[in-house]
Design a protein around this ligand. Structure first.
Ligand code: PLP
Length: 636
């Protein structure tokens, strides 16, 4: 388990157990080990159609743990509660969850339900998101915020205003100056008093990958001069009292607290200025950016780690706002944050299978058969080459071996291109060279493991922005891995490969699998952890691989027991085809029709009697059944 740094990135939710499998601690506590849930048992239960209660789901599979979500929310809330209390801060913390991180219905509903005791709300950034957020918050705490961010047109703004009519606490955050005219106009027409926030472009800039939205040239928010104009316009419209919130977002995955303190202090100054200019300010919304430690290093030196804990993050935010407000004698605002990554990343695990592994070049089992390489002795140059190589092997001269292997290969490839060497002869030379490399310990030990997954669907950030996630076998952790591997997905895309891993590794220690799936000892399952935020929302259907199966698992009575409270099979081939405007029923009928036509043509040509007709009928049914199954199965 230490090979995979599970203690670093996994704590306190994932541990290696005494059977060598990964267990989930849904409540994030090591004081209740009897509540740990073995991931392999979940996989076996939900994939096996024969076991009692087995669901027969196909992999890849997302396993969601709502208890982990609850724990993340409660930890965030108590970190702020503690900082507020210990620093004598004179207001409260009231967070929102940005639904864009994972819009799954059950994730959002869980967050609203678990967060209701402390007025936890939602953030939306588009019209469909505000629709789902309004509906979910109808069952939540009436004081919970619904922060409306993003580009807004008249329809978006009307929806946010409708929210207030429905007694939801919607706040319209101005991201562009033009939005104010729409808000003024529509609120008058709809006869609603809006609550307005404004998003400021801070000068503080986060230099990591996720900081591109920050700084003066960031995509979002209002510049200082735009803020001044907005204030004038609000004052002229008699709506200064509507401006109650200041929002900013430094960027996701903020690496360290000094950067955070810097940004929050700048925003707090701005907040005090808005108070001075007569706004009815109540809330400072510090955006997202609370990071997580993907590589377990806690260094904050790359986008993969952060150099603070949840508690240190909350302390830094509270101290920074308090310091500025006290100096300016401004009443402490309520603190809102829009943490997405930190709330949902841990709650789900993506599980997939390594179905086969192949060495990049297949070594020959034995030294080349002399007959196979006889042809080498027939040409003078090739013979000299071969003899040099042979002598170098006998001397144990590795450097010369590498040189002669290269020369011999090059010569033979040229011979093949000229039509002098056959494909069998070229293969024999490759085998001989690989044998030599292996004998001198210079062959490439890294194997390619084929995994039943699409990176483009399930880990899009890995492909798009080189984001790395912990990937670990979920079992066999008590056995030393005998190989190293890179992972190759099922898409026919050369980018569908994972050859970078946390810790700067270019291959992963893996157990050996045979090429019929599994390693003699059955299937080989791998898990991708900490991918609960963004990955599901961003994934596409490249090569028409659709979404994985999803199950929801909660801890239940009895030691190590769990209940599968919801199971949804992944998208079938028909589902993904439909998403691209095809009509799978029509495709099926067309193919069936073709089979029928051919059967009749064949029937016409045949002189046979009834027996052949029966055979044809069976064959036709077999074709139809196979086609039907393929439309309904997942494409993996
Ligand atoms: N709020 C805003 C405005 C964002 O743009 C984002 C994401 O980039 C978030 C919140 C969520 O950020 P994170 O997932 O880093 O907490």
């Amino acid at each position: 388990a230490s090979l995979y740094r599970i203690d670093g990135w996994g704590a306190p939710y994932f541990v290696a157990n005494s059977s060598g499998n990964i267990s989930v601690r849904p409540h994030g506590s090591d004081t209740m080990p009897h509540q740990d849930i073995d991931l392999l048992k979940i996989v076996k239960k939900v994939t096996d159609p024969k076991s009692s209660g087995g669901l027969g789901l196909q992999l890849p599979l997302i396993v969601r743990f709502p208890d982990v979500l609850k724990n993340r929310l409660e930890c965030l809330q108590s970190a702020f509660d503690f900082a507020i209390q210990s620093q004598g801060y004179d207001s409260h913390y009231q967070g929102v969850y940005p639904v864009k991180c994972n819009q799954d219905r059950f994730v959002v509903e869980d967050i609203v339900r678990f967060g209701s005791p402390f007025r936890f709300g939602l953030e939306a950034g588009s019209k469909p998101e505000i629709l789902l957020a309004m509906s979910c918050l109808c069952k939540g705490n009436p004081d919970a915020f619904l922060v409306c961010n993003g580009f807004k047109d008249a329809e978006y703004i009307s929806l946010a205003l409708l929210g207030r009519k429905l007694a939801l606490n919607t706040l319209i955050v101005l991201e562009q100056e033009e939005e104010l005219d729409l808000v003024i106009d529509l609120s008058q027409k709809m006869n609603v008093r809006p609550v307005i926030g404004l998003r400021a472009k801070l000068r503080t800039k986060h230099s990591g990958h996720f900081g591109s939205t920050s700084g003066e040239k960031g995509k979002f928010g209002l510049t200082t001069s735009q803020i001044v104009r907005v204030m004038r316009k609000l004052s002229q419209s008699g709506m200064l009292d509507c401006l109650q919130l200041l929002h900013f977002h430094i960027g996701s995955q903020i690496p360290s607290t000094p950067l955070l303190t810097d940004g929050v202090a700048e925003a707090a100054q701005l907040y005090c200025e808005l108070v001075r200019l007569g706004a009815n300010m109540k809330v400072i919304d510090i955006g997202g950016g609370l990071g997580i430690d993907y590589d377990g290093s806690k260094s904050g030196e790359s986008d993969l780690s952060v150099a603070y804990t949840l508690e240190e993050y909350a302390e830094a935010v509270v101290a920074s706002i308090r310091f500025v407000c006290d100096r300016r004698s401004v009443k402490h605002p309520a603190i809102c944050s829009e943490s997405g990554r930190a709330i949902v990343s841990h709650h789900s695990v993506l599980i997939f299978e390594a179905v086969s592994a192949s060495s990049n070049v297949k070594p020959m089992a034995h030294r080349a058969n002399p007959d196979d390489i006889q042809f080498l002795l027939e040409s003078e140059e090739a013979r000299a080459n071969y003899e040099d190589l042979y002598a170098a092997v006998m001397r144990g001269d590795h450097k010369s071996c590498l040189l002669y292997v290269d020369e011999l290969k090059q010569r033979c490839v040229e011979g093949f291109k000229d039509g002098v060497l056959s494909i069998e002869q070229l293969a024999s030379v490759d085998g001989l060279c690989e044998w030599v490399l292996k004998a001198i310990g210079a062959s490439d030990p890294v194997q390619t493991y084929n995994i039943n997954l699409s990176l483009f669907t399930s880990i899009p950030d890995l492909w798009g922005i080189d984001q790395l996630f912990p990937i670990v076998p979920i079992h066999k952790l008590d056995q030393r891995p005998g190989a190293r591997g890179i992972l190759s997905d099922l898409t026919c895309d050369s980018d569908g490969i994972i050859d970078k891993f946390i810790g700067g590794e270019t291959s992963l220690p893996l157990h050996e699998v045979d090429n019929n799936g599994g390693g003699g000892g059955g299937k080989y399952f791998l898990g991708m952890f900490l991918g609960g935020a963004y990955e599901e929302a961003l994934g596409g259907v490249h090569n028409l691989f659709g979404g994985p199966s999803v199950v929801r698992v909660t801890q239940s009575d009895g030691p190590h027991s769990f209940a599968v409270t919801r199971a949804v099979p992944g998208q079938s081939s028909a589902d993904v085809l439909r998403a691209m405007q095809h009509e799978p029923e029509l495709l099926f009928q067309t193919l069936k029709h073709r089979a029928e036509e051919l059967r009749h043509t064949k029937g016409g040509d045949d002189e046979g009697g009834e027996e052949e007709d029966d055979d044809d009928g069976d064959e036709f049914n077999d074709i139809a059944n196979r086609l039907d199954r393929s439309f309904h199965n997942m494409p993996y």
